[in-house]
Design a protein around this ligand. Structure first.
Ligand SMILES: [Zn+2]
Length: 213
């Protein structure tokens, strides 16, 4: 009897080992119908393997679904971060452009330039009360305006403006002051990307600007 019992225990252990070896494939439904039936028959009578099946099923299902969820979550985070980043960049660009456009706001229209110079020089030592543009010349993205003050007959000067990507200008400097003579020839040196230029302005003489290298 002892031998038979012992043999039965060994047989039971062997069945358990075989079933337990098969469980991963069984859970993933990789086993054949015949195997499935054998496994199920064994599990219906073996508490140990039944418990193991439940544990392994739970483990395998979590392993399979967890990374997917994590990945989706990561994707969502990445997408929202991307959207946030793109929005930030767009806002920054819009803001920069608005700032830029607020700086580069003048057209080359003489009245616009005159108003710009009057405004600009209002912070300076000599105020040009009523700027009047005598001549303008554009060289290498710089616009040179030779101007006088309608309110003071002896005030002349040059204003330099830079052209922006919005095709408008920003006033960057103005050289001007009272002059002792009513007819003048004045020069103004300025630098561009292509080198230095001298603007020559004459009033009551030749009103054109003659830029030279
Ligand atoms: Zn078993």
């Amino acid at each position: 009897m002892e031998n038979i019992e012992g043999g039965a225990i060994i047989k039971q252990d062997l069945d358990c080992m075989i079933v337990q070896d098969l469980l991963p494939n069984y859970i993933e439904k990789l086993t054949s119908d015949v195997t499935n039936q054998a496994v199920e028959e064994h599990i219906s009578t073996c508490e140990q393997c039944n418990v193991l099946l439940n544990i392994m099923s739970a483990e395998i299902t979590t392993k399979k679904t967890a990374p997917k969820r994590e990945l989706k979550f990561l994707k969502k985070i990445k997408l929202s971060r991307l959207i946030a980043a793109v929005s930030c960049i767009l806002l920054a660009l819009i803001f920069s452009y608005m700032l830029y456009a607020s700086e580069y706001k003048f057209t080359s229209d003489k009245k616009v330039l005159a108003a710009a110079i009057t405004e600009y020089t209002s912070h300076g030592r000599y105020k040009v009360a009523d700027a009047y543009i005598l001549e303008t010349k554009e060289i290498d993205g710089a616009l040179i305006a030779f101007f006088k003050d309608n309110n003071s007959p002896n005030v002349y000067g040059f204003a330099r403006l830079l052209k922006g990507i919005n095709m408008k200008y920003r006033l960057v400097s103005a050289n001007y002051g009272p002059c002792a003579y009513s007819a003048i020839v004045d020069t103004y040196r300025f630098d561009t990307r292509k080198g230095a230029y001298y603007a020559v302005g004459g009033h009551n003489l030749d009103k054109r600007l003659h830029p030279m290298d």
